[in-house]
Design a protein around this ligand. Structure first.
Ligand code: HEM
Length: 398
C-alpha cells in the first residue's frame, strides 16, 4: 500500500513538473486548470491518503479486518486512477465527479473504521478521532459546490471559500492530526503509559477551526475576524508545544539505537509545523496583506505543509516500519529532494518579497522552478529505486 502511495506521489510530482514546464514553454493543447486538478488530486488522495491508509493498516488492522481494508483500498485505487485519467481530459465532469464522490464515500467508511477501531491505544484515540472529524468536515466544501452552482452562486465568494474549506481541513487538520495520532500510538507500542494529551488536542482543534478564517482574509474582513484567526494560529502554536512536550521524552534513547534519520525527519516536520503556525499568525497582520494575497505565497504555504510537514513525517514512519531503508543512497535522494524544495521556496518567494526591499528581479524564475521540480522528482525516484531494489526488514523506530 505504501508503494502504491509512493507511485502516486511520483505521478503527482511528474504532473507538477509538467505544470512548471508551461511557464517555460507552454503547450497549446495543455489545459492548465485540468492538469492542476489531476496534480492536486493525485497528491492528496493518491499519495497522502493512501500513505495514511498503509499506516493505519500496519498499526490497527487486525485479523479478518485486513481483508476488508484491502478491498476498500482497491476501491479507492479505482477512484484514484479514474481521477488521474479523467481530470486532464475533462476537468470537473461527470466521470471525475463520480470518481471523487466514490473516493469521498470510501474515505468516510475508512474514517468510521478508524473511529471504531479497538486496536487504537487509548492515548491516541482522541487525536485520531479529531483527525477523522477534520477529514469528514473537509468534505462539506466540495459537497456544497454542486448546489451552489445550481443556485447561481459560482461567482460569489462562497464558491472559492468552499474549496478553501476542503483544503484547510485537509492540510491543517487531517494531514497533521493523523500522523500525530500515529506518533502517539507508536509511543504506546513502545511502552509509554502516558494519557491522551487532552489540553494539547483542545488547543490544536480550536486552532484548526479558527484558522479557517485565514483563508478568508482576502475578503478584507473586519478586525475581529483577523483577531480570531490570529487566536487560532496562537492556539495551534501552544497546542503544538504541549504535544511535543508529551512525545519528546519517549524518543529519548532512540538516537542510540539507529533511529537517527527518523528522529531528524520528525524534527523537520515539527519545526515546519511551528513555522506554519507563525506564518498563519503573520498573515493576520493587515500590513502584510500584499504579500499574503499573492498567488506565489499561497502556493508556497500549501507546499510548505505538504513537503516539509507531511512528507518528512511519512518518510520517518516508512523508515521505522522498514518500508524505506536508511542508507547513503536514500539520504542522497532525500537531500536532492530537500534541495529542490528549498530552491522552489526561494524561487517563489523572491519575486514576492524583492519589490518590498527594492531588490532587483530574479532572472529566469520559471527555469529555476522547473529545475527545482526536476530535482524533487529525481530525489524521490532515487528513494523509490533504492527501496524496490532491496527487500527490507522492519525495525523498531520512533
Ligand atoms: C514535489 C513536487 C511538487 C511540485 C513540483 C508541485 C507543483 C505545483 C504547481 C506548479 C502547482 C500550480 C501552481 C500555480 O498554478 O500557481 C501546484 C499546485 C498544487 N499542488 Fe503541488 N507540487 C508538488 C507537490 C505537491 C504535493 C506533495 C501536494 C499535496 C500533498 C501538492 C498539492 C497541490 C495543490 C492542492 C495545488 C493547488 C493549489 C491551488 O490551486 O490553490 N503538490 N503544485
Amino acid at each position: 500500500m505504501f508503494a502504491v502511495a509512493w507511485v502516486f506521489l511520483l505521478a503527482s510530482v511528474v504532473l507538477g513538473v509538467l505544470l512548471r514546464w508551461q511557464a517555460v514553454q507552454p503547450w497549446a493543447w495543455f489545459d492548465y486548470p485540468n492538469w492542476l486538478h489531476a496534480h492536486s488530486h493525485a497528491a492528496f488522495l493518491g499519495w497522502v491518503f493512501n500513505a495514511f491508509f498503509a499506516l493505519a493498516v500496519r498499526e490497527w488492522a487486525q485479523g479478518a479486518q485486513r481483508r476488508f481494508y484491502w478491498t476498500l483500498f482497491a476501491v479507492l485505487q479505482v477512484a484514484n486512477l479514474g481521477m488521474l485519467a479523467g481530470f486532464p481530459v475533462q476537468g470537473y465532469g461527470a466521470a471525475t465527479i463520480a470518481f471523487s464522490t466514490l473516493h469521498m464515500a470510501g474515505g468516510a467508511v475508512f474514517g468510521v473504521f478508524l473511529w471504531r477501531s479497538r486496536a487504537v491505544p487509548p492515548s491516541a484515540r482522541a487525536c485520531l478521532r479529531l483527525a477523522v472529524v477534520c477529514m469528514l468536515v473537509s468534505g462539506i466544501g466540495p459537497l456544497a459546490l454542486g448546489p451552489m452552482a445550481a443556485l447561481g452562486l459560482r461567482d460569489s465568494a462562497l464558491y472559492p471559500l468552499s474549496v478553501y474549506w476542503y483544503l484547510h481541513f485537509q492540510y491543517n487538520g487531517w494531514f497533521i492530526l493523523f500522523p500525530a495520532a500515529v506518533i502517539l500510538a507508536r509511543a504506546a507500542d513502545r511502552g509509554d503509559r502516558s494519557e491522551s494529551p487532552t489540553v494539547a488536542l483542545v488547543l490544536l482543534g480550536t486552532g484548526i477551526f479558527l484558522t479557517f478564517l485565514v483563508s478568508a482574509l482576502w475578503l478584507d474582513p473586519p478586525g475581529w475576524v483577523r483577531g480570531l484567526a490570529l487566536a487560532g494560529a496562537l492556539s495551534q502554536l501552544a497546542g503544538g508545544v504541549l504535544f511535543l512536550a508529551a512525545v519528546v521524552p519517549v524518543w529519548s534513547g532512540r538516537t542510540a539505537t539507529g533511529g537517527r534519520l527518523e528522529v531528524r525527519l520528525l524534527w523537520v516536520a515539527f519545526s515546519a509545523f511551528f513555522a506554519k503556525a507563525v506564518f498563519q499568525a503573520l498573515a493576520c497582520l493587515p500590513a502584510l496583506s500584499a504579500v499574503v494575497d499573492h498567488r506565489f505565497t499561497a502556493i508556497t504555504f500549501l507546499h510548505w505543509v505538504f513537503l516539509l510537514v507531511v512528507l518528512p513525517a511519512l518518510v520517518a514512519a516508512a523508515l521505522s516500519y522498514g518500508w524505506i531503508r536508511d542508507g547513503t543512497r536514500t539520504r542522497l535522494g532525500l537531500a536532492l529532494a530537500a534541495a529542490g524544495i528549498i530552491l522552489t521556496k526561494a524561487g517563489l518567494l523572491y519575486p514576492v518579497l524583492a519589490p518590498a526591499v527594492g531588490a532587483p528581479p530574479l532572472p529566469a524564475v520559471s527555469q529555476i522552478l522547473l529545475a527545482a521540480a526536476g530535482m524533487q522528482l529525481a530525489g524521490l525516484v532515487f528513494v523509490a529505486i533504492r527501496c524496490a531494489a532491496q527487500r527490507v526488514e522492519p525495525r523498531q523506530g520512533v
